[in-house]
Ligand binder design. Structure first.
Ligand SMILES: *Cc1c(COP(=O)(O)O)cnc(C)c1O
Length: 239
């Protein structure tokens, strides 16, 4: 094994152990939680190693980095998640490789992504990103719609050609009433997920939890955790 492969295998084993323990503590089955590895700022060669180590779900947050990486790994059987703030001028590119866009937070983006998905002849799964700390009718600093906007966006995605409504995503707020209370934040997201599923039963994905708080997300009921640093190492630059 190369050094990098050894390092990734060891990090992955630690993360896997954390997920297994968190599932056991929550009385959940390990299969209920999918690990998405966030490969942003890391090269396609790492994606290739991760696939060999059994990871299938990868996430990126910038189209400039994601598009060439997805192209370089087109021969691999991967599920690409887009998790960053998305400008409408990038949707055409993103719709060409992303299987799931987790950062849906405005109607204009739904409309643009729908057009792009239809043009690409692809179905793109969509998660509505919820900003738990945003004021009513507003959006969060790091993207996401305030909770009162979930219903309208869900209906828009549901009615948009080329798009599939898959569920909800959040990033634990750094400020506001949920600051430092990740589990409470993720439990709140689960409540919004229950309401969403009442109207859209198939939209059962709940993406929450990162390297620092995956245990809290699993405890709250997340179906997907997004882990970067704990698998790949501390990122060389902000991303
Ligand atoms: C970078 C990123 C992650 C992973 O964060 P780590 O702390 O490195 O695990 C998860 N979700 C989103 C939206 C990200 O941008």
């Amino acid at each position: 094994m190369t050094d990098r492969r050894t390092e990734l295998a060891s990090n992955l084993a630690s993360v896997e152990e954390r997920i297994v323990s968190a599932c056991a503590a929550a009385g959940r089955k390990r299969e209920e939680v999918t690990l998405i590895v966030v490969t942003k700022t890391y090269p396609a060669s790492d994606v290739r190693i991760l696939r060999e180590l059994g990871v299938r779900h990868m996430a990126e947050n910038r189209d400039q980095d994601a598009a060439p990486k997805a192209a370089a790994c087109a021969d691999l059987d991967l599920v690409w998640h887009f998790v960053g703030q998305l400008q409408t001028n990038k949707v055409r590119s993103v719709a060409s490789y992303a299987d799931i866009v987790q950062s849906i937070d405005r109607i204009k983006l739904v409309t643009a992504l729908s057009t792009a998905a239809v043009r690409a002849g692809r179905e793109v799964g969509c998660l509505i990103q919820v900003a738990l700390d945003a004021e009513e009718g507003a959006r969060g600093d790091r993207g996401g719609v305030a909770p009162d906007g979930i219903g309208e966006l869900a209906a828009a995605v549901d009615g948009a050609p080329g798009l599939r409504l898959d569920g909800l995503m959040t990033v634990a707020p750094l400020a506001g009433p949920f600051a430092g209370r990740q589990q409470a934040a993720f439990e709140r997201l689960m409540e919004f997920s229950s309401s969403l599923r009442a109207a859209h039963p198939a939209a059962n994905m709940v993406s929450a939890g990162m390297s620092a708080d995956l245990e809290e997300a699993v405890a709250a009921g997340a179906t997907h955790v997004r882990v970067g640093t704990a698998v790949l190492g501390v990122r060389p630059r902000l991303g």
